[in-house]
Design a binder for this molecule. Structure first.
Ligand code: 26M
Length: 798
């Protein structure tokens, strides 16, 4: 983008004065940020309009990525980077006496997602624009994002996250693009003169869906796509139907707050309202766009792809059917062909408790017409498959059973593609979780291993590494992430390895400063930084990490001079507010942190840092500072993981079970550059099947482990009387559902091997280098190009 520093300075000052009617010097950081954001938005508006105009003119096929969650992180720097004006703006601000990083920190991080699934959606939005694909996001503009986490006396407390407290400079409200979403009402049919059956849907409760659009800027390519988030409002001129405060509240409630669960489904009416609200609004605006192209309906799938991120937007399927049948008067067979060809679905979990199933009566009351359509889809499915696959298998694939509607079944039957998010995950879906469907529709199943965007996770989060890479291998890797592999040629180059060590050290110092300032804990940047950052869940086994820490603690208690590698254990994790056990683990970790961090006998050999309110912004600070990446879920449980990829790209060495995408990471980086331990997925399956696992026996027979576990119940850790007992019981008395005790020995061994490796600086730096150099294939750019090529059938714009 043509733009020079002097011009920028003038424009910035002008913009600031226009907005705030005084000079920028006297403004707050927030005001400076708003002025800068506003200016930047003005700079890309032409390209934004141009991109949309081009797509429309060329009638290019477009993908619409439907997701209940997006976790974009702060957008200022990523917009500057992708527009190619980062350096210019940085220098201009500097000349005005301002620091870009400080100004950027004034942006509120929009936490409109829970974790992996939401962040993946945002990496994908960046990659879709950056690879030059015509794509759009479709989601919800929650008034409140994921709760803000606080620790009080070591317990997690949830506070509302009012992310819109300052002006959101990136969004554009588009009232003229609003649509009506209808709930409830009565459905009736009449036979008209022309012999056609007409559907009448009356007495509905009508909600206005107003879109807020945010630009998704491609990397140095002039392409700007759109992320559309919908907000629920009272329809204009319909105030009569919403005369009571209660009625008005009900409307607002629909897009008020993000559900803070990422693994446990609950059949809540409000949740399904949210799901239908944004699915319907999205489908309606797509149909409106398609109609303006004036093409035959049969061409719909040639112009539109709708991708559903997990089952949350599955109602897009019956909604598209409804519009094609009732409003556009296509036949069932025409509508069904179009719908199937248009929709594709990604599965993100095999945990049974996370599978969405809605009570039939809830859907029939809330969405009577949609319910009829689901019934008809189900009826036809059963009729068609029964003669081919027999009663039993066919019934297991039914959408409606036992008074429940199974969303995954609807998503698979109503789409042409079903994908998992890592090779192992997809294999498990085909062989196990979704095996019945795999028998019926083998051609629908495919794998798309997740990816991340190195633009945010390396270029923005890790400027030190970026600079070092540019000096060492040039800048190719920035536009073609695979090119980072040429770094491998420097694996034995002592100068490069030392530089890499300096980069890591600088990042560790930056994090140490944060920890000192915000948490008043002093940590040594020369210690090994051991990082586990992800939602708190039993299957992710943060508790296994804790058992390892306690093992070190006991060694140092026995012998304060024990020759152990100095480590800082870093945790970031939110627990779902209703997930009692996860919250107990948070309390336990905080209690152990208090104990260990303040025990002089430990001599600072162990420090534990559990950051409050982990999210995208904190990830950007922690990941560049990590030495070890903890990816220790029970094999077969973590669909993919993506923090594993972010940490690897920043030179952390992975400590992992063979789960999710860890398998592919190992394949790429090689056994000598990763620490693998623990049960394999098929071994876990076998234990579940034959039921011979006995954790109590391991406890009794392993004195080292027994001593650790006893710490939980003998008062050694102050403040965790009930938590210690409950957690002990889950492991010893209730047979340790996630096999922590079984994997304990292997984990310890791998950890002590890591100590040895870390103490050999050249060896460790080489491992870090090999991880960075092997991370290219995990770019979401490649993932997205595979979605585009194999599922969506759309091509990058030239
Ligand atoms: C469902 C119903 C009600 C309320 C919330 C939910 C819900 C929300 C988010 C369920 C699951 C949600 O996310 C699951 C998730 O984040 N899965 C992760 O997806 C990542 C991207 O594919 C993977 O890398 C992780 O392994 C997987 O756990």
């Amino acid at each position: 983008m043509a733009f020079d520093v002097q011009e920028f300075k003038k424009e910035f000052q002008k913009k600031f004065e226009e907005l705030f009617a005084y000079g920028y010097e006297s403004g707050s950081k927030t005001e400076q940020y708003i002025a800068l954001g506003d200016l930047v938005r003005g700079l890309y508006s032409d390209d934004w309009i141009q991109t949309v105009t081009d797509y429309n003119k060329k009638k290019e096929k477009q993908v619409f990525y439907f997701s209940m969650e997006f976790l974009p992180g702060r957008m200022l720097k990523s917009n500057l980077l992708n527009m190619g004006i980062m350096d210019c703006v940085k220098q201009g601000l500097e000349e005005l006496g301002l620091d870009l990083d400080e100004v950027a920190r004034a942006e509120v991080d929009p936490a409109l997602g829970n974790g992996g699934l939401g962040r993946l959606a945002s990496c994908f939005m960046d990659s879709i624009a950056s690879t030059g694909l015509a794509g759009n996001g479709n989601g919800i503009r929650y008034r409140y994002g994921l709760f803000k986490q606080k620790f009080i006396n070591g317990y997690q407390i949830e506070l509302p996250e009012n992310w819109l407290r300052n002006r959101n400079v990136w969004e554009v409200r588009k009232e003229n693009k609003a649509v009506i979403v209808r709930f409830g009402g009565d459905v009736s049919f009449t036979q008209d003169g022309d012999g056609k059956l007409r559907v009448h849907h009356e007495n509905t409760r009508d909600i206005l869906a107003v879109p807020y659009d945010t630009a998704q800027i491609g990397y140095n390519n002039g392409i700007i796509n759109n992320l559309r988030l919908w907000s629920a409002e009272i329809p204009y001129g319909d105030e009569a139907h919403f005369s009571t405060e209660e009625q008005r509240e009900e409307v607002k409630r629909i897009t008020e707050v993000l559900y803070p669960d990422d693994s446990n489904y609950e059949g809540r009416l409000l949740r399904v309202q949210q799901e239908y609200f944004f699915s319907s609004a999205g489908v309606q605006s797509i149909v409106r766009y398609f109609k303006q192209l004036k093409l035959d309906w049969s061409l719909f799938p040639d112009k539109i792809a709708i991708h559903i991120n997990d089952t949350h937007p599955t109602l897009a399927i019956p909604e598209l059917m409804r519009i094609l049948l009732d409003e556009e008067e296509l036949t069932w067979d025409q509508a069904w062909e179009i719908t199937k060809k248009t929709v594709s679905y990604t599965n993100h979990t095999i945990l049974q408790e996370a599978m969405e199933r809605w009570p039939e009566t809830m859907i029939s009351d809330l969405l009577p017409r949609i319910y009829q359509i689901i019934q008809e889809i189900n009826r036809r499915h059963i009729d068609k498959k029964m003669p081919l696959y027999g009663e039993e298998l066919t019934q297991r694939t039914a959408i409606i059973a036992n008074g429940q509607i199974k969303m995954a079944n609807l998503a698979i039957i109503g789409s042409h593609s079903v994908n998992g998010v890592a090779k192992l995950h997809t294999d498990i879906l085909m062989a196990d979780t979704l095996h019945d469907f795999y028998v019926m529709y083998p051609q629908k199943f495919n794998n798309k291993t997740n990816g991340i965007t190195q633009r945010r996770w390396v270029q923005i989060a890790n400027e030190n590494l970026t600079e070092m890479l540019d000096e060492t291998i040039g800048t190719e890797w920035k536009s073609d992430p695979e090119e980072i592999k040429v770094l491998k040629a420097h694996r034995d180059n002592k100068i490069v390895l030392d530089k890499l060590e300096q980069v890591k050290l600088a990042n560790k110092k930056r994090f140490a400063d944060y920890v000192l300032k915000e948490m008043h804990i002093e940590i040594d940047p020369n210690a090994l930084f051991d990082v586990q950052i992800k939602r708190l869940h039993a299957y992710k086994r943060q508790l296994l990490n804790v058992l390892h820490i306690l093992d070190r603690y006991l060694q140092l208690k026995d012998d304060p001079k024990a020759n152990l590698q100095k480590r800082v254990f870093i945790f970031g994790a939110k627990a779902a507010p209703s997930y009692y056990y996860a919250k107990q683990i948070i309390k336990l970790i905080n209690a152990i942190a208090d104990l260990v961090n303040n025990d002089p006998a430990i001599n600072d050999k162990i420090k534990i840092v559990f950051v409050e309110n982990y999210g995208v912004s904190l990830a950007e600070l922690i990941i560049p500072a990590a030495d070890i990446s903890e990816q220790i879920s029970l094999a077969g449980k973590e669909a993919s993981g993506t923090s594993n990829m972010k940490l690897m790209s920043n030179g952390a060495v992975t400590m992992a079970t063979l789960d999710g995408a860890n398998v592919e990471i190992r394949d790429n980086v090689g056994d000598e550059n990763i620490f693998i331990f623990g049960l394999k997925s098929d071994e876990v399956q076998e234990y579940y099947r034959n039921g011979v696992y006995n954790s109590r026996e391991i406890y009794e027979k392993n004195p080292r482990l027994k001593r650790i576990l006893n710490l939980l119940i003998d008062g050694s850790i102050p403040g965790v009387e009930t938590e210690g007992r409950d957690i002990f019981d889950s492991l010893v008395m209730y047979n340790d559902e996630y096999f922590l005790l079984k994997d304990f020995d292997g984990y310890l061994q791998a950890q002590y091997e890591a100590d040895v490796a870390f103490s050999d600086r050249d060896r460790w730096n080489r491992m870090a280098l090999m991880n960075i150099a092997s991370s290219g294939p995990f770019s979401s750019d490649y993932t997205i190009l595979r979605y585009a090529d194999e599922i969506w059938k759309i091509k990058p714009q030239s």
